[in-house]
Design a protein around this ligand. Sequence first.
Ligand code: 5AD
Ligand code: SF4
Length: 463
Amino acid sequence: MSPLWDLQKTYADRVKAMLHDRLGRAPRACVRTFGCQQNEADSQRIEGMLSQMGYSFTGNPEEADLIIFNTCAVRENAEDRVFGNVGELKRQKEKNPELIIGLCGCMVQQPHITKRIQKSFPYVDLVFGTHALASLPELLFQKLQSRRRVFDIHESDGEIVEGLPVRRVDGVKAWVPIMYGCNNFCTYCIVPYVRGRERSREPEAILEEIKQLTANGVKEITLLGQNVNSYGKNLERPLSFAGLLEQIDALPGDFRIRFMTSHPKDCTRELIDAIARCQKVCRHIHLPVQSGSSRVLSAMNRHYTREQYVDLIRYAREKIPGVSFTSDILVGFPGETYEEFLETLSLVQEIEYDSLFTFIYSKREGTRAAQMEDPVPYAEKSAWLRQIIAAQEDIASRRHEALVGETLRVLVEGAGKHPGTVQGRSDQNIIVEFPGEESLFGSFANVKIERAANWAVFGTREE
Ligand code: 5AD
Ligand code: SF4
């Protein structure tokens, strides 16, 4: 347990007592999360701390005494959505001046955003950045005591605070952060500026958390980090990501292990070999390529070429039969030409991913790419994006077709799209739907695949 959290617990108790006096009932919080899985994991910690302060939870902001938006800074449209949503809260605050509105996460870690909140959104009470997350009880205490606005967006090398309470609603799947921050400075990306330098959790803390989760029935663990392949480099007793995976794989219990995100430059053959050896690690690697042009990759500061990336995929496919790849694609990087875009399209066709996350470049203040000439109009970039998406739909349909006749092991997550069906994912992360009952939720089932679409495959359960 970290001393910081010990101190925060005392604030949590004081907040709980103050709120009880003021409201005469349990306070209600509404936490909304934007962006990536790391943010989802952070929100579970925010909710864990709020539980400790006596809060219950509601999805309806109108019913809440405290609203927190955990924000994302990766693209402009995510930021616009947050500002839109905050704008809508103004009337609610006028009706209920006791309402506390908080903003946290990557977006508010940027000074120009904080200034804008200070000036244009006077009804936002509490603003805390990524490094201040574990101080939430203290910040809320300050807010309740002084009624003044509270801002904490200090920079930090990032202490890791262990022992924060976590509120998990899903009993089947769990996120487990293994490292925080990013050192890569891809030229388009704001993450290294808002989440600070890479730092890894101690393996003992990670293993302990996973042991507890699986003992409580969790069946799927997703290890999280901006670049999991560089896990462990800054530990006192360095341990590679491959080493960590093998230690987790050796834990007892019937569960599976996923991880994201892998950076191709740090995805070593040692890691591929380890995945091949592990029993519980899923045969799926999310390996964002961003672009198929070596010239653009270099301008992005990605530290690999198209050829190196293709070689890595080839090696993995040899060593891990049936391994599935997914990727992030960024089109319209400043200065990218149509011919270079076509190289990305041809790479997508060559690799045959199972699915893709596709994005149009969004200029981020403070990054190196923001200084670069960007002559291609947005409409043209949108047309490029549509071409990639259309190509990927065909590829996914074909790859799914090829699964007909195979039996896949599926972790059942919930109801399917069609009445009387359930759905889950195979270890390659493919969505599988089949006739079944609610009693199957949270268990593994073997499903013989009979039919395919571009978003899922369909089959029947084998006994
Ligand atoms: N514009 C658009 N997409 C971006 N990403 C990161 N930065 C930007 C940006 N400025 C994408 C990358 C990354 C994913 C998480 O978000 O593809 O892999
Ligand atoms: Fe951003 Fe690159 Fe770090 Fe990923 S690896 S978070 S894209 S800087």
